[in-house]
Ligand binder design. Structure first.
Ligand code: NAD
Length: 362
């Protein structure tokens, strides 16, 4: 029997529409192969939404997302909107979407694919076999804490303020997601904080340690964020699953991303307690290459695979997409960001065609 899914597509800005087009083609092909019918609804977010409606996240977009089974997002942002006040900038749309759907857990895998080992700037022996999952808290911490703003002091000097805040329940719920993720992986969890300086981190460490009693099969360790950044570059294979707050997770997941050689390869999933998840590449809108058919669509395509696996419970279709990505890399197809001598340089569209060919071949 055909399974029907309502999928909200948020192409956003920059390279977003180019990479989304490839992901939709791929989904349509695997849909036919696995008897899945996708009802795609496109909605506005980010700069594109600002231009059309004045708002980075129009109410209609949030409503469409809420009424769908999953949301596939590309990327938002660009030079054009960089000078707007922060609440009107494209990034506010992304933060609003995460908060509006209650997406508190961001799962970012960083796995070295054997075909791309030379794309990493680190030595082969350092990165070979790296397979890390960064679980980042997404709706709390310093990005949302109050007070926030730029205020004038009595002397007329301006003062910028943000507040890093976590409650016990916020720490516990992200902790549980991370312990569960570690259980499905290598059974090791490293919690990253700055407990030597920040009180909010002392509470974080205390709660994660208490929670670990419920997960005796998981080997828990703690690292300060500065050490974690060093260890990620020095000996990344020591990590299996990492759990951390919003700000530290933002930075560390990008660092983990670069171990793999290209930010254009990395998908992510953002999940809440219930309702649709949002699946999106880790990278941004790459305005420097937008509209030039140079973007790597593989992170977007792998995000569609994560959507099938974690959002729609269709692991066989997800596997098929991941195998197609593996195959195009195996046959030497590369976009500019992951090119190496002797490989075939393809644009975004041609990479999409190679994927379709790989999917239809088997
Ligand atoms: P970026 O990820 O857009 O780009 C960083 C570098 O990586 C650029 O050189 C870019 O060309 C390259 N790159 C990124 N994705 C690529 C891909 N798929 N294929 C090939 N090359 C790729 O980060 P940035 O330059 O710091 O930010 C650009 C804009 O994106 C900003 O407006 C920023 O706010 C926004 N941004 C959005 C998100 C998101 O939508 N989730 C995330 C990060 C940044």
């Amino acid at each position: 029997m055909t399974q029907n899914y309502r999928i909200t597509l948020l192409p956003g800005d920059g390279i977003g529409p180019e990479i989304m087009a490839v992901a939709v083609d791929v989904l349509n092909v695997v849909g036919k192969q696995f008897d899945l019918q996708f009802d795609f609804q496109e909605a506005l977010i980010g700069g594109a939404a600002i231009d059309a409606t004045g708002e980075p996240l129009p109410a209609a977009t949030l409503e469409t997302c809420r009424n769908s089974d999953a949301v596939l997002l590309a990327a938002i942002g660009g030079y054009k909107w960089d000078t707007l006040p922060s609440h009107q900038r494209p990034e506010a749309g992304l933060l609003g979407l995460r908060a509006g759907l209650g997406l508190f857990a961001n799962l970012r895998p960083a796995k070295i694919l054997p075909q791309l080992i030379d794309a990493s700037t680190l030595k082969k022996e350092v990165v070979e076999g790296v397979d890390i999952m960064v679980v980042r808290e997404l709706t709390g911490g310093i990005y949302f804490g109050k007070p926030k703003g730029i205020f004038a002091t009595e002397t007329g000097e301006k003062r910028g303020v943000n507040t890093m805040v976590y409650t016990e329940s916020e720490i516990d719920r992200i902790g549980r997601v991370a312990f569960e993720a570690a259980r499905k992986r290598g059974g090791k969890l490293c919690s990253v904080d700055k407990a030597n300086v920040l009180e909010v981190s002392q509470l974080w460490r205390d709660r994660i340690t208490k929670l670990s009693v419920e997960y005796p099969d998981i080997e828990l360790s703690h690292l300060y964020v500065d050490n974690a950044a060093m260890q990620l570059l020095r000996a990344p294979k020591q990590f299996d699953t990492i759990v951390t707050g919003n700000l530290f997770g933002d930075i560390l997941s990008d660092a983990a991303a670069m171990l793999t050689g290209s930010i254009g390869m990395l998908p992510s999933a953002s999940l809440g307690a219930s309702g649709p998840g949002v699946f999106e590449p880790v990278h941004g809108s790459a305005p420097d290459i937008a509209g030039q058919d140079k973007a790597n669509p593989l992170a977007q395509v792998l995000s569609a695979a994560m959507m099938l696996r974690y959002g729609l419970n269709q692991p066989a279709a997800a596997d098929k997409i991941e195998q197609a990505v593996f195959q195009v890399l195996e046959q030497g197809d590369r976009t500019g960001d992951i090119i190496s001598p002797g490989k075939n340089l393809l644009g975004c569209r041609a990479m999409g065609e190679a994927l379709i060919h790989a999917l239809e071949e088997k």
